[in-house]
Design a protein around this ligand. Structure first.
Ligand code: ADE
Length: 234
């Protein structure tokens, strides 16, 4: 999978060389390109923003550099491509969305700053490629970079060969066997630590009982923390 990031803060993406995503890049499962939007500016000051037409606070990203960036990046556009625009007004990012996006050949993240990117860029992009405007959650970040990083990690770990044991993807919150339940609590050795014991059933070796206990725990935790997920299920 090819992953491109268009940004005015390329340094945000240095963590992509770490951990599982870094290893996926080293082994060729993914290829990463970080692009400075200012490369596509044409004025001396390399301007990327301007005041909002109609008034209001803050600045809006100018359409011209974005248009040139998209033209260049999409000039070689083989395979299934999606342009992702992280924005608090997008559709919520979910595990299902991560699974879908993991099936693309190329993802391009357009990371806006300030009050966002001129709306005509979104409209223009849709004439070239599939576009998804996606929000990480109901809060406002300073720009799309952190959201793009979070989405990248959620997507890349689903690619074959990235997570060592694919079974560990199966029993996670929001996915696989747990469907829309949150994950049950997990323990490792020692069996007793600072006066707290690992639940007896987990030491029993009785697989069916362990599975049932984990299911109940997942249901209880989901009921307490995210009752909306249970409603969605029923
Ligand atoms: N940019 C600013 N806030 C954001 C959010 N919540 N999700 C995605 N992109 C953003």
């Amino acid at each position: 999978m090819k992953l491109d990031y268009v940004t005015i803060f390329g340094e945000y993406f240095t963590p992509l060389s770490l951990s599982l995503v870094g290893k996926a890049a080293e082994s060729g499962i993914i290829e990463i390109g970080v692009h400075d939007l200012r490369e596509w500016t044409t004025d001396l000051h390399r301007t990327v923003d301007d005041t909002p037409v109609g008034g209001g606070a803050g600045m809006v990203m100018k359409p011209e550099p974005w248009g040139l960036a998209l033209d260049d990046l999409l000039a070689d556009s083989e395979g299934r491509i999606c342009l992702i625009i992280p924005t608090p007004s997008g559709v919520p990012f979910t595990q299902a969305e991560a699974v879908e996006l993991s099936g693309y050949d190329r993802l391009i993240f357009a990371c806006g700053r300030y009050e966002g990117i001129d709306a005509r860029v979104h409209e223009y992009a849709r004439t070239l490629v599939e576009v998804r405007e996606i929000s990480l959650g109901d809060y406002v970040l300073n720009g799309g970079e952190v959201a793009a990083l979070a989405m990248t990690e959620a997507i890349v770990r689903l690619l074959p060969g990235v997570v060592g044991n694919p079974e560990s993807l199966e029993e996670e919150s929001h996915s696989g066997a747990l469907e829309s339940l949150l994950e049950y609590p997990v323990y490792t050795k020692p069996a007793s630590w600072r006066g707290m014991d690992v639940p007896e059933v987990l030491l029993s070796g009785h697989h069916a009982k362990i599975a049932q206990w984990r299911r109940e725990q997942a249901e209880n935790i989901t009921q307490q923390r995210r009752p909306d997920l249970l409603k969605k299920k029923n």
